[in-house]
Design a protein around this ligand. Structure first.
Ligand SMILES: [Zn+2]
Length: 107
């Protein structure tokens, strides 16, 4: 049998939230809701991080080009200043990234 996907996990969390929202107010309900919402948040963070890694490893050059096409001149200047160097492999990394796309090292 196939493994459940991230999308299915998200849908399950959302349906759990919906179910629990219908029950009476209580501390347990509040706790459970918080738990589910945090899990949903984490699922989204994971999804975004996964996408970034995938894009970075497939073709970082194409990604770079599309950024330049969309942004104006002053913005591309700030892109240059916001580049950092990976402490692990010396690759250039965007300051916004939480990990190095070349070696996966966390910053
Ligand atoms: Zn690195």
């Amino acid at each position: 049998m196939a493994q459940p996907t991230l999308e299915e996990f998200r849908r399950w969390l959302q349906s759990e939230i919906k179910d629990i929202e219908e029950i009476e107010e209580s501390i347990d309900k509040a706790k459970r809701l918080l738990q589910l919402e945090m899990a949903l948040q984490e699922a989204m963070v994971f999804d975004a991080a996964w996408e970034m890694r995938t894009e970075a490893s497939i073709d970082p050059v194409i990604r770079e080009k599309s950024v330049r096409l969309l942004s104006s001149a002053p913005e591309s200047e700030s892109n240059i200043t916001s580049m950092g160097i990976c402490t692990s492999c010396d690759a250039e990394i965007d300051e916004d990234l939480e990990f190095c796309p070349a070696c996966g090292e966390n910053r």
